[in-house]
Design a protein around this ligand. Structure first.
Ligand code: PGA
Length: 252
């Protein structure tokens, strides 16, 4: 059975007090409401240790939003896989489109980061997806294929099963414009086929593929009901318990 996951990407939002408050609220919510999916958050890294202290029974997964492609050393401002492991973080987002857009990240970087994360027992959430121009010119299948191959194909079958993929069409992130459930399903099935061709169907069937891009309480259920969509990576709607909990409940 593939893991069902709702993950919140907090991006660069919230003061420490506000972050702590939402973590408490989420924990209370999780204790009082049995959920049909795993609940993960990716707060700013500065708050990860607080999250780990608070979620002492690992009720909620705590992920970084990015990590270094280097093991250690003179890389000012970076956070390593080893550091994340040492605070018992659960993993890291890798290759989010905002990292690609503003920090020049490529799939080769992602490939190195994913390998380092796996070596430290962390779960990489590998993000990919096409831009609006690529979608308009009909290149989306090819773009996503190429991204997936470059970022993931050096992994073994055992390793690939530990990766979570988040398909996030760039044109749907933070824009309020969501891919239709059919558009998302089509690419999710495409990604699973690419994995199946390389690793076999059984392995591909075990990889969780999340959808991200303007998932909201009112569209989550329809998106998550698609056969190849195993949950969501949620940005804006993860910043308030009221919205995030409704998205979690889309799995009920
Ligand atoms: P959004 O962000 O839900 O605000 O579109 C998703 C993401 O960037 O992961």
């Amino acid at each position: 059975m593939r893991r069902k996951i709702v993950a919140g990407n907090w991006k660069m939002n919230k003061s420490v007090i506000d972050a702590q408050q939402l973590m408490y609220q989420l924990l209370e919510y999780k204790k009082n409401n049995p959920t049909q999916c795993e609940v993960w958050i990716a707060p700013p890294s500065l708050y990860l240790m607080m999250a780990k202290d608070l979620f002492e029974k690992n009720e909620i997964g705590a992920f970084a939003q990015d990590m270094s492609e280097h093991e250690s050393g003179a890389y000012t401002g970076e956070i390593s896989a080893e550091m994340l492991e040492s605070i018992e973080a659960d993993g890291s987002l890798i290759g989010h489109s905002e990292r690609r857009q503003y920090h020049g990240e490529t799939d080769s970087h992602c490939n190195r980061k994913i390998k380092l994360a796996l070596d430290k027992g962390l779960t990489p959430i590998y993000c990919n997806g096409e831009t609006l121009e690529q979608r308009k010119s009909g290149q989306h299948f090819e773009v996503v294929k190429n991204q997936t191959e470059v970022a993931l194909f050096t992994l073994t079958a055992e390793e690939i099963k530990k990766v979570v993929i988040a398909y996030e069409p760039v044109w749907a992130i933070g824009t309020g414009e969501t891919a239709t459930p059919e558009q998302a399903q089509e690419i999710h099935a495409h990604i699973r086929n690419i994995l199946a061709e390389k690793y076999g169907k059984e392995v591909a069937d075990e990889v969780s593929i999340l959808y991200g891009g303007s998932v909201k309480p009112d569209n989550a259920k329809e998106i998550f009901s698609q056969p190849d969509i195993d949950g969501g990576l949620i940005g804006g709607a993860a910043l308030k318990l009221e919205d995030f909990s409704k998205i979690i409940e889309a799995f009920n």
